[in-house]
Design a protein around this ligand. Structure first.
Ligand SMILES: Cc1ncc(COP(=O)(O)O)c(C=O)c1O
Ligand SMILES: Nc1c(O)cccc1C(=O)C[C@H](N)C(=O)O
Length: 424
């Protein structure tokens, strides 16, 4: 095995000294003594701008909609513009709105237009459940049967999907393809460009759930002509639990009326005309529905400033180095302890987290928590570990593997019950 990194803790500390993003760690509230490796589920709170919207509410009351340095009336579009570089979109193609699930419903209602023989939606059997629930609902709402019209691409090994297989499912019966950019369990990064090109050639619309790539992997949605995408912002973008989500719609579709119309999707200058004829905004803003969740946008606003400063290229580069380092330490220091790396190892197929498989995963995850390491567990056998570019250090990664080694050597995981928690 070729070793890219030295094995000592001193080496980790030295890498931290050389890390050009190291100053951002101080910008986050990291619980004392904790090794937080769950930024792929819930990112940490950042210190910037957290109280901003509350202050504006205190100071301006209703006038906060138009006063202050971040008037609420334009905030969803402003945050959209700040998220656009993270997915390679134009500013007016992105807006902060709703939740991933409500945005999925919105964009499925907009883009799923079964016609003649083209009635099917392609998804996959490894999908996050909410995506499948949303797809089945829209198929039913169109008066069709999900059993007949939802194609779930199979995975040979329960970890990964093959792009060729997805592409060959894009037949003339398919109206729409909805895929994750990065699979939530194995962390496989799909080839978004290749899939989008294939969909375009075959006359099929394609959308992505980018929950597990936003803020960790840079995309080029506009240039690749991805039709639409959704994502949450509480993972790598640190917006907090239930923080407002994001959506992207390619500008070529901006003339489509939203499937679910609401007054905040109106042209801004006409919204307060209060007319009963809806005039959608000529931007991704049209796919908003009701009043934006202003207070839950405050942490996002602060966090996105850091993304702009640090830049997605540097963030992705550091994330790849950290996951590579973590995988190497696992291979070398946990050798013979029953672990399998269940994520793709190639950089172009790897997302932001490492999926560590073990038959005792559920108990090991609990033992890690008792040792102040925060991973998460995904049934049946995966421990997900996400070293996050903005706040995880090389020393953290070293310490995580060190604690894991001790847990295995001392078999402390045997003290825990073999069942997952209610929120795993
Ligand atoms: C791929 C994916 N889609 C959707 C969601 C959740 O959607 P929502 O934020 O609407 O709960 C998650 C995580 O919870 C996810 O991992
Ligand atoms: N959205 C979550 C929640 O409301 C509670 C606990 C965890 C989550 C998550 O984000 C889970 C996550 N999307 C996953 O990949 O499993």
């Amino acid at each position: 095995m070729e070793l890219l990194f030295s094995q000592t803790r001193e080496y980790a500390e030295e890498r931290d000294q050389r890390d050009e993003l190291r100053s951002y760690r101080r910008e986050f509230y990291i619980p004392e003594g904790v090794l937080y490796m769950d930024g792929n589920s819930l990112g940490l709170l950042s210190k910037r701008a957290v109280m901003h919207m509350v202050e504006a509410w205190k100071q301006f009351g209703i006038d906060g909609w138009t006063e202050g340095d971040k008037p609420w009336f334009y905030l969803a579009e402003q945050l959209g513009g700040q998220m656009a570089p993270l997915v390679g979109a134009k500013p007016h193609e992105v807006v902060a709105a709703g939740s991933t699930t409500t945005n999925l419903h919105q964009l499925l209602a907009t883009f799923y237009r079964p016609c003649g023989n083209r009635t099917k939606i392609v998804a996959n059997e490894l999908d996050f459940p909410t995506d499948i629930y949303a797809i089945k609902s829209i198929i039913r709402l169109k008066g069709l049967d999900p059993e007949q019209n939802l194609i779930r691409i199979k995975s040979e090994d329960g970890r990964y999907l093959r792009e060729e297989e997805i592409i060959s499912a894009m037949t003339e019966e398919v109206a729409l393809v909805l895929l994750p950019t990065v699979l939530y369990r194995s962390g496989q990064l799909l080839n978004v460009k290749q899939l989008t090109e294939a969909a375009r050639e075959k006359g099929v619309l394609i959308g992505f759930d980018a929950c597990h790539s936003i803020g960790a992997v840079l995309h080029q949605f506009h240039a690749w002509q991805v039709d639409f995408a959704v994502w949450c912002t509480y993972k790598y973008l640190n917006s907090g639990p239930g923080g407002v989500a994001g959506l992207y719609v390619h500008e070529k579709h901006h003339s489509h009326s939203p499937g679910l119309a609401g007054w905040f999707g109106s042209r801004k200058d006409r919204q307060f005309d209060m007319d009963h004829t809806f005039e959608p905004a000529g931007s991704a803003g049209a796919y908003q529905t009701g009043t934006p969740h202003i207070l839950s946008m405050a942490p996002l606003s602060g966090s996105l400033e850091m993304f702009a400063e640090a830049g997605m290229e540097r963030i992705r580069k550091k994330s790849l180095v950290l996951t590579e380092y973590l995988m190497q330490l696992i291979r070398v220091r946990l050798d013979g302890m029953g672990f399998t790396i269940g994520n793709p190892v190639e950089e172009e197929r790897r997302g932001g987290h490492v999926a560590l498989e073990h038959v005792e995963a559920v108990r090991i995850a609990k033992a890690l928590k008792a040792e102040k390491v925060i991973p998460d567990f995904r049934s049946p056998n995966v421990i997900r570990l996400a070293p996050v570019a903005l706040y995880t250090s090389f020393a953290d990664v070293w310490d995580v593997v060190d604690r894991l080694k001790r847990i295995m050597e001392e078999r402390t995981y045997e003290r825990f019950q073999q069942e997952r928690g209610v929120v795993a």
